[in-house]
Design a protein around this ligand. Structure first.
Ligand code: ADP
Length: 480
């Protein structure tokens, strides 16, 4: 079986131990590849390479950096199908969704290819007429990028593209479940002409690699997407050398459907936020607040729509929903459903838990499931489910639902459905979340700032805001 290699200083290398770890297809449980298993030593070498490459890359003209990013965009689009296939194989999402993700991933290169040229400084009028004040924006240095398995391509490019545009160099640690998509992206960056050492890839035990990255003083910035728990740990580790951090962590998104909403739009919004990637996205809705007078009709229409969706292997043409990533996820989702039903929730649709894989590691399919009668003591009310479960709550007034929606430690995304312009503005402003979808279940896009409030994170990714995270601000005071 083919063994994928680490990418360090422009070379495709094996780890010192020459050990590998298995990569599994979550749809079947079968091993589909092996990835070289790096540890602290390889990570240190990757940082050495990134630190050396930084000397030149940070002073490479922005238009030249932009041209390489543009080429990376083109290469990703030209190789869309092939990368999507690698992704479906290791992650399980339907191939059409994987292709959509590759295009989304590529759009970060497209956007930041342009943004590289627009890192403007400022001059500030001094109060002393013999002085001039200039503000420069400069790259922050070597970046550690740690990415999750749910978007194996887009989370990599959303971090790497702005970092490279800013003039930073990168050590990437992709999720252990999905390293192969990241390997493919590295190969395309190499093909795009990125100089050696500017990006490096190490994969393997997260603790060892994470610690090596966090304790190294040469790493100036951590950009992380993953669980709130690991984000907090990394933030603590980063504190010892005062690294700048951006963290995109968990969520517990509310979707509020008012009685003046277009219900068909709301149903499509619910499908988009909840069933994309089998509910395994940090902006997936976890609480569906439906105004009392329309809740039965909403459930009926949603259930009808769910009947048309097919659960299955991502490579089958008509599959809409793939498997969960692994056994741990499967058990968690199952537990959330069972806990709610035990505490009095009503099963409105679905509930089927299927294990059809070849081994105990795979084939973890969970039918889309609607449950109503949710109360606060159910785990699903407070914890992120990361699966295709739709918990329905009802409400009477706008004031009441705003309080309920904000009653969480998370603050990543929230959705509202209404045809009232005034209400959409009023409620958007009152919701304590970084991303608000108004009649929109798919707000993510390369041009906009993605990120959360409260324990959902720090910093933003995307748009001009995403670039800020990789820049230092320097002020020069010049006495004439
Ligand atoms: P999930 O529960 O969705 O897998 P994690 O936060 O565990 O989310 O994983 C997100 C990323 O963080 C992955 O690349 C994972 O390998 C990495 N990771 C997990 N634990 C650590 C750690 N202790 N130090 C550094 N990275 C970690």
């Amino acid at each position: 079986m083919k063994g994928h290699r680490l990418y360090i200083d422009g070379e495709w290398v094996l780890s010192d131990s020459e050990a590998f770890f298995d990569v599994v297809n979550p749809s079947t449980g079968l091993v589909i590849g092996r990835m070289s298993k790096a540890g602290a030593d390889e990570t240190k070498r990757a940082i050495d390479a990134a630190a050396e490459a930084y000397k030149k890359w940070s002073v490479t003209p922005p238009n030249e950096r932009g041209a390489i990013l543009r080429r990376a965009y083109e290469l990703l689009m030209e190789n869309k199908r092939e990368i999507a296939e690698a992704m479906t194989l290791e992650q399980g999402k339907p191939l059409k969704e994987a292709e959509g993700e590759v295009a989304y991933a590529a759009s970060f290169f497209e956007w930041y290819a342009e943004e590289a040229k627009r890192i403007y400084g400022e001059t500030i009028p001094s109060w002393y007429m013999n002085k001039r004040i200039m503000v420069l924006r400069q790259p922050i240095g070597v970046v550690a990028a740690i990415t999750p398995w749910n978007f194996p391509a887009a989370m990599v490019t959303r971090k790497i593209a702005p970092a490279l545009a800013a003039g930073c160099t990168v050590v990437l640690k992709p999720a252990t479940q999905t390293p192969i998509t990241a390997v493919r992206i590295m190969a395309l960056l190499e093909q795009a002409g990125l100089p050696k050492g500017v990006v490096n890839l190490v994969a393997g035990p997260a603790n060892d690699i994470g610690e090596a990255l966090m304790k190294d003083t040469r790493v100036k910035k951590l950009t992380f997407t993953g669980s709130t728990e690991v984000g907090k740990l990394l933030m603590q580790q980063a504190a010892s050398t005062v690294k700048k951090v951006s963290l995109e962590l968990g969520g517990h998104a509310p979707m509020v459907v008012f009685e003046d909403a277009d219900l068909d739009k709301a149903v499509e919004g619910a499908i988009a936020t909840k069933l994309r990637n089998c509910g395994q996205t940090c902006i997936s809705t976890n609480r569906f607040y439906i105004q009392e007078s329309i809740s039965q009709e909403f459930i009926k229409r949603l259930a009808e729509r769910l009947k048309t969706m097919k659960l299955g292997d991502g490579f089958e043409e008509d599959t809409d929903i793939g498997p969960l990533i692994d056994n741990k996820s499967y058990l968690k989702v199952k537990h959330h459903i069972e806990d709610a039903l035990k505490k009095g929730a009503v099963l409105e649709y679905g509930g089927g838990l299927k294990h059809v894989g070849a081994t105990e590691n795979g084939g973890y399919f969970i039918e889309p499931t609607i449950i109503s009668g949710i109360c606060k003591d159910m785990i699903i009310s407070t914890e992120e489910t990361f699966g295709p479960v739709i918990p329905i709550l009802t409400f009477k007034t706008e004031e009441e639902v705003i309080l309920a929606a904000n009653d969480t430690n998370y603050g990543l995304a929230a959705y509202l459905f209404t045809e009232s312009l005034a209400r959409s503005m009023r409620v958007s402003e009152a919701l304590e979340f970084g991303i608000i979808g108004v009649n929109d279940g798919r707000p993510s896009t390369a041009q906009a700032p993605f990120g959360g409030m409260k324990e959902s994170g720090i910093g933003r990714e995307g748009g001009k805001y995403g670039l800020e995270e990789f820049l230092e601000t320097k002020f020069i005071s010049m006495a004439l």
